[in-house]
Design a protein around this ligand. Structure first.
Ligand SMILES: [Zn+2]
Length: 186
């Protein structure tokens, strides 16, 4: 008898909801789960160079994270329905996130036969960036440059080249102070 009650309890709430979250949202809103987004991610949106669309897509990806391995594999179709954007837009945004070193994508469908397989999105690069923003002393890449105007930060040489570019100063190569988009806006 006792075990039946316990069973019932677990099937009523498949997720163990932390009390604080429960107090804020209530059980019915939380019934299909919830997503924890670290404040560090939201606070550093501009430092990470994330547009609103990119950030929302990242949050959607985070909503599929259910264990500690940082990898998710939602379909493009699913993401495009959630965000009501066409698939090509979603794919373009994903490609941008890869370019910005926020995501890694592992393509799982290689031939015609694996059409059903979705790609795997790995959020480890984003996590490393957030750690680096918090603990500059642990900075993994050696090179880093921040735009004094918009706060955008590049963490690798490739990123600095892409987002800032270099100039020659008395025969020495120097990173452009302002990022390309701020220079373009001048
Ligand atoms: Zn800038």
């Amino acid at each position: 008898m006792k075990s039946e009650i316990e069973l019932k309890k677990t099937s009523d709430s498949p997720f163990e909801i932390p009390e604080k979250i429960l107090a804020i949202w209530g059980r019915s809103i939380l019934a299909s789960g919830w997503t924890s987004v670290p404040n560090e991610l939201l606070r550093n949106q501009s430092k990470l160079g994330l547009s609103n669309t990119e950030l929302v897509l990242v949050i959607h990806l985070i909503s599929f994270l259910h264990n500690a391995d940082a990898r998710v594999f939602p379909s493009i179709k699913h993401l495009s329905e959630r965000m009501s954007q066409d698939r090509r837009t979603i794919q373009r945004t994903l490609a941008k996130l890869v370019e910005q070193d926020i995501l890694r994508v592992k393509v799982r469908s290689t031939g015609k036969q694996d059409k059903g397989l979705t790609n795997i999105y790995d959020l480890t690069p984003l996590m490393l960036k957030l750690i680096n923003l918090q603990l500059p002393s642990l900075k993994i890449p050696i090179e880093q440059h921040t735009c004094p105007l918009c706060g955008k930060t590049a963490m690798t040489r490739e990123e600095i080249e892409k987002q800032f570019g270099f100039r020659l100063d008395k025969g020495k190569e120097r990173t452009q102070s302002w990022c390309r988009s701020c220079r373009g806006r001048k």
